[in-house]
Design a binder for this molecule. Structure first.
Ligand code: SAH
Length: 380
């Protein structure tokens, strides 16, 4: 059972916000109650956004009292809101451990994308990412991850009362490496996808990874969502320099895991390949051609992300002409390629600009080792 300890809740209480249907059924049966109550309870929590178990009028008092005694329905707290001139919103949120992380909402004509965080900080230390430069603080719990969706839907329904559905897409592209926090992202994905939770379809939920190869396999076995891979370099030599994780899981293994992932699902879902363009580093024509050749047998869509700068970074964004030229080489070879327009950069909400505040700047290598072990039970 997932528990939380917070400054407000010194005892280890269960946070029922992160409970899946399976968790509820197990708990109800343990307590001798009927399993059909699971769907009633989940609708109260995720559709009607109750704050208190006493509001669940169709659930017996005895069971409600049990829930009050053993647990809580606690959302992480919103500490600040920033609104970009392009409509992008960023919320600064406090995790139960006290550290701060970020949640970003990107409205578009026909959809609204919520970019959620999975960890406070990150151990992977990719050279061009400001989150990585902050070090690592902690994994977010499933309640804190689901809490981000709940917070955004509630707040957006106040801001846009006439819109029926504000959050149509959820992407795990905020702070952290989601595949180093499988324990918490798997139940969260279940709730995001479930009709008793947030009912978002599998193609509209995307988990992005820097390339934790064994965890890609576990994701395929335990969830049914879209996969994005942060590639950023077409060969090991360059990728080793930009992304230390490549030394542990080199490109050939990563691409093989992606091909397996794509094969696993019958609906021919492509893998989203993310490629951040860094001026003079990975943006020349040979890089583009090499990228075409390594992606040859992978059903994929390529998303080019012109580098977003942050204080202290030596990297530069290529010219828009260079971005277009790079794109056209890939398009000529038959790839579907989009260029990610920078959203929310005036409020530091663009890719790689999320920093939050990490309270414990632990040595990244040591933490990386520790986290790999935590996830090991999923790695067959
Ligand atoms: N750890 C996961 C989730 C982060 S998603 C992953 O690596 O996929 C954030 C995306 O933005 C990743 O593709 C990341 O590599 C990219 N990114 C990081 N810093 C960036 C920057 N400064 N400019 C543009 N893209 C950046």
């Amino acid at each position: 059972m997932r528990s939380i300890a917070t400054p407000d809740f010194p005892l280890k209480l269960t946070n029922y916000l992160g409970f899946t249907e399976k968790d509820w059924i197990e708990l109800l049966e343990e307590c001798g109650a009927k399993r059909f109550h699971a769907s009633q309870i989940m609708k109260w929590i995720h559709h009607r956004f109750i704050k208190d178990f006493s509001e669940m009028s169709d659930i017996g008092k005895e069971f409600r009292d049990y829930l009050v005694e053993k647990g809580t329905l606690l959302e992480p707290k919103v500490r600040a809101e920033f609104v970009s001139k392009d409509g992008t919103r960023k919320w600064l949120i406090q995790s139960f451990s006290g550290s701060l992380f970020e949640l970003v909402y990107i409205p578009e004509q026909d959809r609204g994308t919520l970019c959620v965080s999975s960890q406070v900080g990150c151990v992977l230390d990719c050279d061009f990412c400001s989150t990585g430069k902050q070090g690592f603080s902690n994994n977010l719990t499933s309640a804190e991850i689901v809490g981000q969706i709940r917070i955004a839907i509630r707040k957006l329904s106040e801001i846009y009362p006439r819109r029926k559905r504000n959050v149509t897409n959820v992407v795990f592209m905020g702070m952290g490496e989601p595949l180093l926090n499988l324990d918490n992202i798997l139940p969260a994905l279940d709730l995001i996808r479930s009709d008793l939770g947030y009912g978002i379809s599998k193609r509209k939920v995307t988990v992005s990874t820097a390339g934790i190869v064994p965890a890609i396999k576990s994701l395929a076995e335990n969830a049914d969502v879209s996969l994005a891979v942060s590639l950023h370099a077409p060969n090991d030599e360059l990728r080793d320099q930009l992304m230390p994780v490549n030394k542990k899981y080199p490109l050939a293994d990563l691409l093989e895991a992606c091909r397996e992932y794509a094969k696993k699902f019958s609906d021919k879902r492509p893998i989203f390949v993310e490629y951040t363009l860094l001026k003079g580093i990975n943006d020349n024509f040979d890089n583009a051609k090499e990228l075409c050749s390594i992606l040859r047998d992978l059903p994929c869509k390529i998303n080019l992300i012109p580098f977003n700068s942050f204080p202290g970074s030596a990297f530069k964004q290529p010219s828009s002409r260079r971005v277009r030229e790079f794109q056209s080489i890939l398009v000529e070879k038959g790839y579907s390629v989009t260029v990610r327009t920078t959203r929310g950069s005036d409020i530091q909400a663009a890719c790689g600009q999320l920093v939050g505040r990490v309270s414990d700047r632990t040595n990244r290598q040591a933490k990386y080792g520790e986290i790999s072990l935590v996830n090991e039970k999923y790695f067959k």
